[in-house]
Ligand binder design. Structure first.
Ligand SMILES: [Zn+2]
Length: 996
């Protein structure tokens, strides 16, 4: 999947996904509201990065809930969250200690430990017995749009591996009408049918043994719910563009474990089968599935029955079907037909993604040396979609905004996002669909590779986007950010239960996974890397693999021992900080685990990573140096200039002495460092200030030296770094916050004035992005010229009659500046500016325009505007898939952050209902509403609220949010005086004491 925009924004690029929009904290997965988001912080107006790292919120009304009826599972979850906080703060807060002593939790936890402690990580997995192995499914489904149900019949051919009386299949929210087993030409019925809700299985027991060695067919008639949860076989609604009438389509989202909502099945990636699907629907509706149509018949009752050709062997999570009133455009630029489907009228925006898809499939067939094995490729824009996109084999589904592109109304970031998402999903057709991980802890193989591959191909098609430069401030930053938290997890994480699986669609699987692959590809060379991938795909086509299978293929292609170099990187949590000391031309390196909270305990610092040093000197880059010991010494010819981690190819932070950092700052100005090096230098300095290895004043000095920088990527990193400081200082006195704004304005205004804010056809994408960023950072920090220009645009623009006055690249920033400068009104009124942005939402010409308005509405600090924005997010006007959008603006300032937490507590039950824990979106929303805090007291209030709640499904997100709050609290404790003194010494803060 591609993380949902939510996730994506949360964790990812400043650069590519819209500048300063108030975005989400980064989440986790792509496919899911993948998520995505080091510190990173926040650009103006909101944060694109993992909310987790930078945001802060104030708790004003901690729940007083004292229920004592918590279930053991909720207690277990709470305690899983706590190892970090509890041990660190036990002495500070006895209540926390009490929470960790729950007897119920201890018992449960010990049980899990027993399984996890075993050498075999597959133990404890909730998997089906292997007595029966499915080989083929014959599935017929008929949705009923009148009552939102569907009738299904499935016949599953099974190889009997072990004699048994019992067959278990996964199901969820399915009512079974009838079950029969065809065996030896006879049909028998089960004597009992039992449902286990905890592990989501129906078990059928027969009165006779079913002997091993034969093939039997299990036939089940059943009814399911065409639900509105964006999971399984679900309904999606939209307004007819012409009549305004609400219409429905039926569609699917099976990954990771929701195929069981559509049909009883063996819902595990390693149980691959072939499928024949038949859909019964009204004759005027379009029916789509993974394969092309085999035949269409009259089904009687005025409906048609559309049967599709048999699929190749595939995993259940890739099954897909769509039924609705759809139109399409087609391209024949690839050897097979490619179509983009959309609701009527919207198919006209399909050209960009059709073109990229045709070029990408051609490119991938050549790169992988394996033909795309299905007869067609359909891509469908779905109005309600929890992730960003889903790679169903032959039938990829997308959020509307991630597939359809209107060059007249879309920003440059939107275009890049679509290109990336389409290429990501197409990479999965081989990596994931043809060759599949054997269980979910191999998810990184799918997602890390699809992420790396999409950048590799974007670099091929759009060399002037310079995507690998961007990678450093996007995926690499997201990976290092999340993985710098104690509550991160190894890339290969043992997941056993369904509730754990959705939570690993995060920056570790996508961003760290792809960063590991980028590191290997640089170590082996891209050509050798692709050669190994080719061999891997050929050898395991239609099968399942483990991570070691990929390493074996790469070892064979390269002649190097890839597994021993990489195993630590995938099996261990975290990454190292390398501390550099110098003695003449000798450079001494020492590695330790990096933690953002700066409180690494000896037992957490036992991993020694194999580190590819990547030494850059005036003579070039030496890629041959590596070490996997605690300490290592190397020698350079001339110590005047050198830099480690050349082009930020490896996953580690470098901690230089302050003298060396100054010299490197100068080297950056002297043109000795690449864009990746400059962005990486700033990123490392920022992360090391956050965690106390360096003073924040040293970071501010370093940033000040970049006034003449010309690269968009480097400016995006600077903006993220200042954003992280501002987010952490969110609850400090106004004077200090104003001083930080002034600092950023001084940096960005000259650039904004020089570049201007007109866009011409001669501007390439990076120029457009730099202009947008400068306009955003100068304007939202109060540059008078930019503010005046923005207000003039805002005042002359009308979303209905004169919508093009504001350039798409500036749209959000202009809303933000107008809301920052809103004219005061009474407490019971909305500001005129807020009303106008709301009007822009109502009149938006497409989902992209509406989303920009939604994200920025919350930027207003007027209390009624804040309250109404929050209320609006839960109204019928905002789809559940977009609930997070209005929250992102609200959390971009102190006033909103406080209200956001109150709102979350008041609406908790409703949120849980709208966003079931199975969807990773809930974790993102929890993260957005809690991670803006900056003190331990605030964190305690959050945990008090969750004390007796079942946090299953978002316990990992909550733990990460609390870790990031702890990191900000300790940063403030260490450096708030240091920053104040720096601001005074540099003229941004009056020398007298700042007033509260
Ligand atoms: Zn994916």
């Amino acid at each position: 999947m591609r993380a949902s925009p939510l996730l994506r924004l949360a964790g990812s690029s400043l650069s590519r996904f819209g500048l300063q929009q108030p975005q989400l904290p980064r989440l986790g997965a792509a496919g899911t509201i993948r998520p995505h988001l080091t510190t990173l912080g926040a650009l103006e107006g909101g944060i694109r990065r993992p909310a987790i790292s930078t945001l802060s919120t104030l708790s004003t009304s901690p729940s007083s809930s004292t229920s004592t009826s918590a279930s053991s599972s909720s207690i277990t979850s709470i305690n899983k969250i706590y190892p970090t906080l509890s041990s660190r703060r036990r002495n500070l807060n006895p209540k926390t200690f009490v929470r960790n002593c729950s007897c119920a939790r201890m018992c449960r936890h010990q049980a899990l430990e027993g399984a996890e402690g075993s050498v075999d990580i597959t133990q404890g997995r909730e998997v089906l017995p292997t007595d029966f192995i499915p080989t083929h499914y014959d599935l017929t489904l008929e949705p009923n749009f009148a009552d939102f149900t569907f009738e299904g019949t499935v016949k599953i051919d099974l190889d009997v591996k072990k004699t048994s009386k019992e067959i278990s299949v996964n199901t969820l929210d399915i009512t079974i009408h009838e079950t029969a087993l065809q065996i030896d030409g006879k049909t028998i019925s089960p004597i009992s049918t039992d449902y286990n809700e905890d592990i989501q299985t129906h078990k059928f027991t027969f009165d006779q043994d079913i002997q091993a060695g034969q093939t039997v067919t299990l036939a089940i008639k059943y009814k399911g719910e065409l639900n509105d949860k964006m999971a399984g076989f679900y309904r999606s609604s939209y307004k007819d563009a012409i009549t305004g009438e609400t219409k429905y389509m039926a569609t699917t989202q099976m990954e990771p474990t929701d195929a069981r909502r559509a049909t009883p099945c063996f819902d595990q990636p390693d149980m691959k089968s072939t499928w024949t699907v038949t859909l019964i629907a009204d004759k005027d509706l379009t029916c789509l599935s993974n394969m092309d149509v085999k035949e269409e018949k009259d089904a009687g009752t005025g409906k048609k029955a559309v049967t599709f050709n048999k699929t190749p062997l595939m995993s259940t999570y890739l099954l897909a079907f769509v039924i609705g009133d759809l139109r399409y455009k087609e391209t024949n630029d690839f050897r097979l037909p490619i179509r983009v489907y959309a609701t009527p009228g919207n198919e006209q925006y399909a050209d960009f993604s059709l073109d990229i898809a045709a070029r990408t499939l051609t490119f991938y067939e050549k790169a992988f040396g394996v033909e795309y094995p299905l007869p067609k490729m359909d891509m469908v824009a779905i109005p309600d979609f929890s992730a960003g996109a889903m790679e169903n084999w032959g039938l990829i589904t997308y959020r509307v905004v991630d597939l359809l592109y209107d060059p007249k109304t879309a920003s440059v970031d939107r275009k890049q996002r679509i290109a990336e998402v389409v290429q990501h999903e197409l990479a999965h057709q081989w990596f994931g669909n043809l060759v599949t991980m054997d269980f979910w802890e191999g998810l990184w193989l799918n997602e890390g590779f699809a992420t790396w591959m999409s950048w590799y191909s974007m670099n091929e098609f759009y060399p002037n986007w310079k995507v690998w430069e961007n990678y450093v401030v996007d995926n690499l930053a997201a990976a290092l950010n999340l993985d710098g938290l104690r509550s991160s997890h190894p890339i290969e994480v043992p997941v056993k239960r369904v509730a754990e699986i959705n939570q690993i669609f995060d920056s570790i699987s996508y961003a760290k996974g792809s960063s590991i692959l980028r590191m290997v590809s640089k170590y082996l060379g891209e050509d050798v890397f692709i050669k190994g991938v080719r061999a891997y795909l050929k050898k395991h086509a239609f099968g399942n693999t483990k991570t070691t299978d990929l390493w074996a293929a790469l070892s064979e292609a390269s002649g190097k021992d890839v597994e021993s170099a990489m195993a630590t990187w995938t099996k261990k949590i975290g990454y190292p900080v390398v501390t550099v000391t110098e003695d003449g031309n000798k450079i001494h390196l020492k590695q330790n685990r990096y933690l953002k909270t700066a409180d690494v305990k000896p037992e957490e610092d036992e991993t020694l990573w194999p580190i590819f040093v990547g030494l850059k000197t005036k003579e070039g880059i030496d890629e041959s140096i590596s070490f996997s010991t605690r300490e290592h010494t190397l020698e350079v010819k001339d110590a005047d200039f050198y830099k480690l981690n050349a082009d930020q190819s490896a996953l580690y932070r470098t901690n230089y002495s302050s003298e060396r950092l100054k010299k490197l700052g100068q080297a950056a100005q002297d043109g000795l460092l690449s864009v990746e090096d400059r962005a990486g230098l700033l990123g490392d300095a920022g992360a090391l200030a956050t965690s106390g290895y360096q003073k924040t004043s040293a970071l501010l000095d370093l940033i000040s030296g970049f006034k003449n920088e010309s690269s968009y990527v480097v400016w995006a990193e600077i903006s993220g770094r200042i954003g992280a400081i501002k987010a952490t200082w969110m609850f400090k006195p106004q004077e200090e916050r104003d001083a930080l704004k002034k600092f950023q304005r001084d940096l960005m205004s000259p650039l904004a004035h020089k570049l201007g804010w007109e866009f011409t056809d001669a501007d390439d994408e990076l120029t457009q992005q730099l202009k947008s960023l400068a306009f955003n950072c100068a304007g939202l920090n109060g540059d008078p010229q930019v503010v005046a220009a923005a207000l003039e645009m805002f005042n002359t623009w009308d979303p209905k009659t004169n919508p093009d006055v504001i350039h798409p690249n500036l749209r959000g920033t202009v809303y933000g500046i107008a809301l920052d400068n809103a004219k005061p009104v009474g407490a019971d009124e909305n500001t005129a500016e807020w009303k106008k942005v709301m009007y822009a939402f109502e009149e938006g010409r497409n989902n992209d325009e509406k989303n920009v308005a939604l994200r920025w509405l919350g930027r207003s600090k007027h209390p009624k505007d804040i309250a109404d924005t929050l209320a609006f997010s839960l109204s019928e006007h905002v789809k559940d898939q977009d609930i997070y959008q209005p929250l992102s603006g609200v959390r971009s300032h102190r006033e909103g952050s406080e209200e956001l937490w109150s709102w979350f507590q008041k609406n908790y039950d409703l949120l849980i209902k709208k966003l079931p824990p199975g969807l990773s979106m809930l974790g993102s929303v929890v993260s957005m509403c809690t991670s803006n805090f900056t003190s331990n007291e605030q964190a305690d209030a959050v945990m008090e609220f969750f004390k007796n709640k079942d946090t299953k499904g978002f316990d990992r997100a909550l733990a990460q949010s609390m870790d990031s709050v702890a990191a900000k609290a300790s940063w403030l404790e260490r450096d708030s005086e240091d920053v104040k003194q720096w601001l005074k010494a540099n003229g941004y803060l009056e020398k007298q004491e700042a007033k509260l």
